[in-house]
Ligand binder design. Structure first.
Ligand SMILES: CC(C)(COP(=O)(O)OP(=O)(O)OC[C@H]1O[C@@H](n2cnc3c(N)ncnc32)[C@H](O)[C@@H]1OP(=O)(O)O)[C@@H](O)C(=O)NCCC(=O)NCCS
Length: 174
């Protein structure tokens, strides 16, 4: 049920992504990206890649958004973030990005980075709002249409740790 102009209610919880979440994640992937990741890619990320960290926002058992990150020494590299179209503009993307940044900080990251399509103004607006700034361009980075990627960075500080309480099952975090 879509509630217009309503922010997200409390029953929405952020948690570590499990294999059971992947079908729901893939639904959102297909709505959100021209070349969605396969089931196998997500399974590999969450079961085999030691530097990968994935969070979901669930409403009950339904996945409404997710975010992924690779922790590389003291940098958190966002791999993907998406929110189900029915639940956008309620603050879910903001909560997911804050939660993964807080998690990254706790694990030793001191800056976050990501790539975003030059034409993706809605995602850029989200990143700007959270303090990410453009630091460079990767020309023709996206293979499907040859679009440039903007490279964005954000320095982390201890305030970012406040968001860690947002994650429901903290003990499961690596
Ligand atoms: C980008 C995305 C994750 C944002 O998720 P979201 O839950 O809607 O984001 P939020 O509600 O937290 O929005 C936070 C702020 O981002 C900006 N923003 C988000 N969507 C926007 C839009 N469509 N147009 C303009 N600004 C937007 C606004 O500043 C917004 O604050 P406001 O609602 O108070 O104005 C979502 O639009 C999405 O899944 N897009 C498709 C996948 C994608 O492009 N991922 C990024 C790949 S780099």
């Amino acid at each position: 049920m879509k509630l217009e102009n309503e922010r997200i209610p409390d029953q929405f919880k952020i948690d570590v992504m499990t294999v059971n979440d992947i079908p729901g994640v893939q639904v959102i992937e297909r709505y959100s990206f021209p070349t969605p990741w396969s089931m196998r890619a997500f399974v590999s990320e969450i079961t085999e890649n030691d530097c990968a960290h994935y969070l979901v926002m669930r409403r009950g058992r339904q996945v409404v958004g997710y975010v992924g990150m690779w922790l590389i020494i003291d940098e958190g590299h966002i791999t993907n973030i998406a929110v189900h179209p029915a639940w956008r503009r309620r603050g879910i993307g903001t909560r997911l990005l804050n939660a993964i940044a807080a998690h990254a900080y706790r694990l030793g990251a001191r800056r976050m980075t990501l790539e975003v399509r030059r034409s993706n103004h809605q995602a850029q607006a989200l990143y700007h709002k959270l303090g990410y700034t453009v630091a460079g361009v990767r020309p023709r980075y996206y293979l499907d249409n040859g679009e440039d990627a903007l490279i964005m960075w954000k320095e982390l500080n201890s305030d970012d740790c406040q968001a860690i309480s947002d994650i429901g099952n903290r003990d499961e975090l690596r």
